[in-house]
Design a binder for this molecule. Structure first.
Ligand code: FO1
Ligand code: CA
Ligand code: CA
Length: 307
């Protein structure tokens, strides 16, 4: 079978790792809304997190960057008087540098990502959702900030009033992403932040339309238990967007593009209400604290969820 996962961020990579260990043909359509220009380098956190995760290089504590990386480059930038709140390691910096150089030489992000997968010996097909630029911006009472500035520089402390996806309306969907959705036996919306990891991809018209056409084959994994995200600011962003921050709010938000949802067994009291949205509900343990839990969730999806 061919599985296509829409992914972004740390929650996603755990599931992707589990799926790749059990299925030979996995496409990963990656969010690009978190991408950030730093010192003239183009950083793609969601693409890199998936690549490093599948190459067994991901820092397990942080959930981003390369494990045991050093920070000499960043320390020198500090000497030069630059801001250093975005902790780019030395090996990680090489990734951003070579990607930026290839972009400068006219290559697109898709081809660069394919090349990167070869270099890191990653067999999954990682597809940026678009080669155009989308920027997720967080609107606070003090103004609008790039997601990285809001979340990393300001530590997500200000109240959120809304979220914007600059460029999403004009972004051309990656044809390979559209095909990967169209041809898949199952499409999975990974348990990433619904507004900043999955949301930017759903804002691209061609992606949304393709998903809605095959929504019976689309399975979303909840990143929430009760009213809270398993990790990160998902609940805060959902509330700001006027969405109930629980599995029901998530199901409602996804209901145009998705007919199946996996929720935690602790949320089983929401199942009936979600079913009223004409969605199939599956209950299992959705937290992935270790490799066994990643494999167990992937196995549940592949063996128990029939679409
Ligand atoms: N997240 C942080 O909280 N602090 C950092 O300094 C940081 C650096 C960083 C460098 C490279 C990279 O690929 C990701 C990095 N992240 C960092 C993670 C990133 O901001 C987030 O994972 C997402 O973009 C939000 O989901
Ligand atoms: Ca992300
Ligand atoms: Ca099948």
């Amino acid at each position: 079978d061919m599985i296509t996962v829409l992914a972004g961020g740390t929650g996603s990579v755990k599931l992707v790792r589990g799926l790749v260990s059990q299925e030979s043909k996995v496409n990963v359509v990656s969010n690009v809304g978190d991408n950030y220009w730093l010192y003239g380098l183009y950083v793609c956190p969601d693409i890199d997190t998936i690549v490093y995760g599948l190459a067994d290089l991901l820092d397990p504590e942080k959930g981003w960057g390369i494990k045991k990386d050093t920070f000499n480059f960043l320390r020198q930038m500090e000497v030069f008087g630059e801001e250093t709140w975005f902790r780019v390691g030395d090996r990680d910096a090489a990734t951003h540098l070579i990607r930026t150089n290839m972009l400068k030489n006219g290559k697109n992000l898709s081809d660069i990502t394919k090349w990167m997968c070869e270099k890191f010996a990653v067999s999954a097909n990682i597809i940026p959702v678009t080669d155009n630029s989308i920027e997720t911006r967080i609107i606070t009472d003090k103004g609008e900030l790039h997601l990285q500035e809001y979340w990393v520089k300001h530590r997500g402390r200000d109240p959120v009033e809304g979220i914007q996806y600059i460029g999403a309306d004009k972004a051309r969907p990656n044809p390979e992403a559209v095909n990967a959705i169209h041809d898949a036996d199952m499409v999975i919306l990974a348990p990433g932040n619904p507004l900043t990891s999955i949301g930017p991809m759903l804002q691209i018209k061609g992606i949304r339309k393709e998903l809605s056409k095959i929504k019976k084959k689309v399975v979303a994994i909840s990143p929430l238990i009760g009213d809270n995200a398993i990790s990160g600011p998902a609940a805060k962003y959902m509330q700001a967007a006027g969405i109930e921050s629980n599995a029901y709010g998530l199901a409602k938000m996804y209901s145009d593009v998705c007919s199946n949802i996996i929720i935690d067994t602790k949320d089983r009291m929401l199942s009936k209400k979600i079913q009223s949205l004409d969605m199939k509900v599956f209950e299992t343990k959705i937290t992935m604290k270790n490799k066994q839990a990643e494999d167990a969730l992937a196995n549940f999806i592949l063996k128990q969820v029939h679409v």
